[in-house]
Design a binder for this molecule. Structure first.
Ligand code: UDP
Ligand code: MG
Length: 308
């Protein structure tokens, strides 16, 4: 008997959780060699998500839950789910059915044929605001150029992993988690399945533009230190330019050609250099703040109530 653990982060999913459960039941119906467990992680929902999950789990032994003491974010919820999973194959997927459960049997087939992981990517972004798609594209371009790990464009967090890979993912205990990077960093052989974007079943996406921007910065800073060298490179380029300018000014002075220069250009260059300096100090701050948080060794999540 193969046990499949399904880890589901839930934030305000009172409407979708029961629908999700029914879909999973449908997928596993009649599959005698497969068993499943669902680990719902209530990430500090403001609605009745926890009550809904608890009621469901009273009816079905295979449903487990963890309730966080507050909202710790999706990454922490995924970590909690993985940590408490007992299965041979472990899946992470959203509660809103944007990750189609119908793909599960195919994923299991690939796992049985020897892959360590089966991941998914969206090939369309149908139903998503254009600006958001544009920024996502830009994000993947930047992160893949800068960092050591390769992140597939449109990759979702919907993924099935072997026990060995899950344990490796769990061995990375950093506080600032960027799962897409972590999955890629641990290696292992991954098969990508493609599907078309599906709109949310109920409720609204909890990702505001600002939240996504923060998430992207997290991704880049967590897996690349090359931003730090941008400051050095910019610094060198600007120094060279200013040295050339000094020579030009001296020569102009010697040949008696120094008409009163416009103050605008002076102010411009002062502002420009000031801006570059602030930008570079900001970059240093980004890394420093991460280092600061990591040295505190805070737990990734705090659970208030659980049934496992
Ligand atoms: N989620 C979470 N904590 C959060 C935000 C989201 O656990 O702080 C969960 C949410 O319940 C859902 C999944 O993460 O199961 C994806 O969230 P959402 O559908 O809002 O994101 P999108 O599909 O738009 O990327
Ligand atoms: Mg969603």
């Amino acid at each position: 008997m193969t046990l499949v653990s399904i880890c589901v982060p839930c934030f305000n999913e009172e409407k979708t959780a029961p629908v999700f459960y029914n879909e999973i039941l449908k997928v596993f119906k009649g599959k005698d060699d497969l068993d499943f467990e669902i680990i719902f992680v209530d990430d500090g929902s403001k609605d009745d998500t926890f009550k809904v999950i608890k009621d469901l789990s009273k009816k079905d032994e295979r449903l487990k839950y963890i309730k966080f003491s507050r909202n710790f974010g999706k990454e922490a919820a995924i970590y909690a789910g993985l940590k408490n999973s007992k299965g041979d194959y472990i899946v992470t997927m959203d509660a809103d059915l944007q990750d189609p459960p119908a793909l599960l049997p195919e994923m299991i087939d690939y796992m049985e044929s020897g892959y360590d992981s089966v991941a998914t990517r969206r090939v369309t972004r149908k139903g998503e605001p254009i600006l958001r798609s544009l920024f996502s594209k830009l994000f993947y371009k930047i992160i893949n150029r800068l960092s050591d790990v390769y992140i597939v464009d449109g990759a979702r967090d919907y993924r099935m992993m072997s026990r060995a890979m899950t344990d490796s993912v769990l061995s990375l205990t950093e506080y600032n988690r960027f799962s897409k990077g972590i999955f890629s960093w641990v290696g292992f052989e991954t098969k990508y399945l493609e599907f078309e974007n599906i709109e949310r079943e109920e409720g609204e996406s909890s990702w505001s533009f600002l939240k996504l921007l923060k998430y992207s910065i997290e991704g880049i800073v967590s897996f690349s230190t090359s931003l730090l060298s941008i400051s050095t490179i910019l610094g060198i380029i600007l120094s060279v330019i200013s040295i050339i300018f000094i020579f030009v000014i001296i020569i102009q002075h010697l040949i008696g050609n120094d008409s009163v220069p416009g103050w605008a250009s002076t102010v411009c260059s002062v502002l420009f250099i000031g801006g570059v300096q602030l930008f570079c100090i900001g970059l240093l701050g980004l890394y420093l703040s991460r280092t600061y948080l990591e040295t505190k060794k805070r737990p990734i999540y705090i659970s208030k109530e659980e049934k496992l």
